[in-house]
Design a protein around this ligand. Structure first.
Ligand code: GAL
Length: 418
């Protein structure tokens, strides 16, 4: 009975085909949310859909940042067998839309007034040719640093807010026997760390000109980029020898367990602290990555919908899209995920101080021009340009290239990908 009532409420608000049946179809959903916090989040979506009569076929492809998932998605789509929905974000939504793969969910979006529920920085990305083809689940802030206060106390160090001070405090942590910077040597994690340095050293104007479409090659090919690589290169010494290939959530657990002092990572890391039963303030501290307080590097997760040949699957997509924008979903999902709601009008009461900081920084940064899209997480440039950035950044971080060589290589590879 409960299910039926939910279904009919949805049908009224979301222009769904009328149905009183408990089974409203099924969705196969591709995602890469396999860590503890991520799995708790995606399970909630699964439960919400189940309550609405939609069954879930899980298509999880492990690998933080989603590179593996995107490779698998391409092969499924090319062979004519795409899933019902896939975690696709940023400019990639346009790339999939241009190829003709995406279904339009504009009926649900219009019936539920998405244009007024979503900030335009979010809704613009969800549309292809003016019609909604994707539904946003959250806004992650990427420029965060996660610290273990006990480790800092033990080492007599203080949490740094500038890159210069970072080098000083990280040395203190090392001298006291800790790993200063928990890091996983994977290209996307190297790019996430690099992105924080770009913003902290270069500032938002430089970031927007050099790393956001349309890329200004003159700005990229400047002394500021060399300075960025100088700071980035200094971080090599603070990462332990076992970092190559390490998953991001394993790096987070090093901070949780007090083996390492800090991790620079988006707020999906908070989901891991939560799953481990840790509390902000006492067990872990969230501060903006050095030099970036007040700025907000955003990463919006969304599900894009693939064209279907049968009406039941399209209806299941509509139900999924409507559920995703609900206040209940946006609250619980984001409490688990570490992010903040993508839609407006959700109470902030249940969220913690890190989430409040992210919400406040999002608004303030938007007014001051320091709200920037994450290039490490597919928000800022085409997949070709982001691939070029990944390659040169990871190559630099794992070699002894000089800052000038790193900058030259980055400029060369980005210009050949434009
Ligand atoms: C990001 C994604 C986040 C988080 C992270 C690590 O690209 O947007 O939701 O899951 O990867 O897997």
């Amino acid at each position: 009975m409960k299910n039926r009532m939910k279904i009919s409420t949805l049908a009224a608000t979301a222009l769904l085909a009328t149905t009183t049946s408990v089974s409203a179809g099924e969705v196969e959903v591709l995602h890469w949310w396999t860590s503890g916090g991520e799995a708790a989040s995606v399970n909630y979506l699964k439960d919400k859909l189940s309550d609405a009569g939609v069954s879930w076929t899980d298509f999880a492809v492990a690998g933080g940042g989603g590179e593996n998932a995107m490779t698998v998605l391409k092969s499924r789509a090319i062979s004519g067998n795409p899933p019902t929905a896939a975690q696709i974000k940023g400019p990639s939504i346009q790339e999939w839309g241009d190829l003709g793969f995406l279904a339009d969910i504009d009926g649900v979006a219009q019936a539920n007034d998405w244009d007024n529920l979503l900030p335009s920085v979010v809704s613009d990305v969800m549309k292809h040719n003016g019609k909604y083809v994707a539904a946003p689940v959250n806004v992650h802030r990427v420029n965060w640093m996660w610290s273990n206060p006990e480790v800092f106390r033990y080492a007599g160090a203080t949490i740094p807010t500038t890159w210069d001070d970072f080098m000083v405090q990280a040395k203190k942590l090392q001298s006291a026997g800790f790993i200063a910077l928990a890091h996983g040597g994977q290209a996307w994690q190297d790019a996430t760390l690099f992105e924080a340095v770009v913003l902290g050293v270069g500032g938002a104007d430089y970031y927007n000109s050099a790393f956001v479409n349309p890329v200004d090659l003159d700005v990229l090919n400047s002394d500021t980029t060399v300075e960025v690589f100088e700071t980035f290169g200094k971080l090599r010494q603070f990462v332990d020898a076992n970092s190559p290939g390490r998953d991001w959530n394993v790096a987070t657990s090093m901070v949780i367990e007090g083996k390492a002092g800090m991790q620079i990572m988006g707020d999906w890391a908070k989901g891991e602290f939560k799953v481990a039963g840790k509390n902000v303030g006492t067990d872990f501290i969230c501060t903006a990555a050095p030099g970036t307080s007040g700025a907000h590097t955003f990463n919006i997760d969304s599900f894009a919908f693939f064209k279907q040949s049968d009406a039941a699957s399209s209806e299941a997509q509509n139900i999924m899209a409507a559920e995703i924008l609900g206040t209940d979903f946006q609250t619980v999902f984001n409490l688990n995920k570490g992010s903040i709601p993508a839609r407006l009008g959700v109470s902030r009461a249940e969220f913690d101080s890190c989430a409040h900081d992210s919400m406040d920084a999002f608004v303030a940064a938007s007014a001051s021009g320091s709200l920037v899209p994450s290039f490490a997480h597919g928000m800022a440039v085409s997949s070709a340009v982001s691939g070029a950035i990944y390659d040169s950044v990871t190559n630099f971080f794992n070699s002894d290239q000089s800052a000038q060589e790193g900058a030259d290589q980055l400029v060369a590879s980005v210009s050949s990908a434009l």
